[in-house]
Design a binder for this molecule. Sequence first.
Ligand code: FE2
Length: 279
Amino acid sequence: MAQLEDELGDILEKARDGKSWSQQDLAQATGISTQEIRRIESYELIPDEAVLLKIAAALDLHGPSLVAIARNSWAPKETTPDPAAFDLVCLNVFMGSYPVKCYLLICRETRDTAIVDTGANPQAIIQKARELNVQPGKILLTHSHPDHAGGLGVLDREFNCPAWIDKKDPRPSGSRDLRFVEDGEEIALGNLIIKAMATPGHTPGGVSYLIGESVISGDALFAGSMGRANASWPGLFQSITTRLLTLPDHYRLHPGHGPATTVGEEKQHNPFFVGKVPQ
Ligand SMILES: [Fe+2]
């Protein structure tokens, strides 16, 4: 089974963040000791089901989904290839030992190629582009964090092509032709159309890119969890529930960390979002 990006401890910490609760606040709301909560959040303790359900209720999480993740009994099913005429090549690019998922998006008919997110040390992207004999002509950034955009300078020199980011995000360095992408904007790639969707909250200008029935969603959502809400927790929650999870159930979601998933999987199994998506 695919290894999820977030474990039980990460999920609790993010859910507490949504309520601006300290570990003491959670202890008070549940009657569980602060010491036990600290051990759960530092991955030392997986409590029994009754405790997990109590925590889930206090944090507005879906209890059975939280239990399934705590017990490693759920991961999203492997996604099927998108029927549209593109190849999406996922690469694990490391920042130190921390992997980030970057993508080569290739129009199958024309071989026009875009890089989505650069990683910090993008040699793997350059090597893969050579192997596939493609010449990337666009760099699309989901946000400007260094693990996603730190390799921009190297890729700019290698491929000499423009890069796009939302102007509400801090500007990453390294591009000689940085352009701003707007919500709803359509970017052509060969015979394909890539549509930008603003999904802020992890950062002020987080963007997801929709192509065919697939979305490259950066750090907005992870399979079974959500990104860290560095800019706005309610903003991120709203981005996910009103923009990503309102897409059809079979649409594929390709996050910046952890396995790919689908809208339907997350609506049924993500403890943050079960029952929270407007119909
Ligand atoms: Fe990030």
